[in-house]
Write a protein that binds this ligand. Structure first.
Ligand code: HEM
Length: 130
């Protein structure tokens, strides 16, 4: 009876070990650091474009930010909980999409509010994972 329990446990552990790496790519520091540098540049360009009421460029740069951030959501974090890491990246992606929607309405205050949420999520991400 005990033997069977250990056998089932061993099979479950093996199955988990095989499945987990396929769900999330391993942490890749080079990719993360280059995405972060890109994000710094994009936030700068987003703010300047918004100040100039250039909603087209603001929307394009928000889309780039969403693209890079979403791709990190599928990677394992360097430390901490996978679920938290993925949630924060996905919330930034959603805020960027709402910002793009607000660009369509040419509503600068709404875009600004979404940028504020992105910055708050960045800070949360750094406090948990950096
Ligand atoms: C727009 C949002 C963000 C900006 C502008 C930003 C910016 C930065 C910068 C400038 C660095 C330092 C890179 C270097 O070492 O040269 C960094 C590192 C880091 N950031 Fe972000 N970040 C953002 C969002 C996030 C989020 C959402 C998370 C996690 C949920 C995160 C996690 C990290 C981690 C783990 C590092 C350390 C990378 C390493 O050295 O292994 N960042 N970030």
């Amino acid at each position: 009876m005990k033997k069977r329990f250990y056998l089932i446990l061993a099979v479950l552990v093996l199955a988990l070990a095989l499945i987990t790496p396929q769900l999330f790519a391993q942490y890749n520091r080079d990719v993360v650091v280059s995405t972060m540098h890109n994000n710094v540049r994009l936030l700068g360009e987003i703010n300047s474009a918004l100040n100039a009421k250039d909603f087209y460029t603001t929307g394009l740069r928000l889309m780039e930010l969403a693209e890079g951030t979403y791709s990190l959501s599928q990677m394992a974090p360097p430390r901490g909980l996978q679920a938290e890491w993925t949630r924060i990246q996905r919330e930034i992606t959603a805020a960027a999409f709402r910002g793009i929607g607000a660009c369509g309405e040419e509503d600068a205050a709404k875009v600004q509010a979404e940028i504020g949420k992105i910055v708050a999520l960045r800070n949360e991400g750094h406090s948990k994972f950096r």
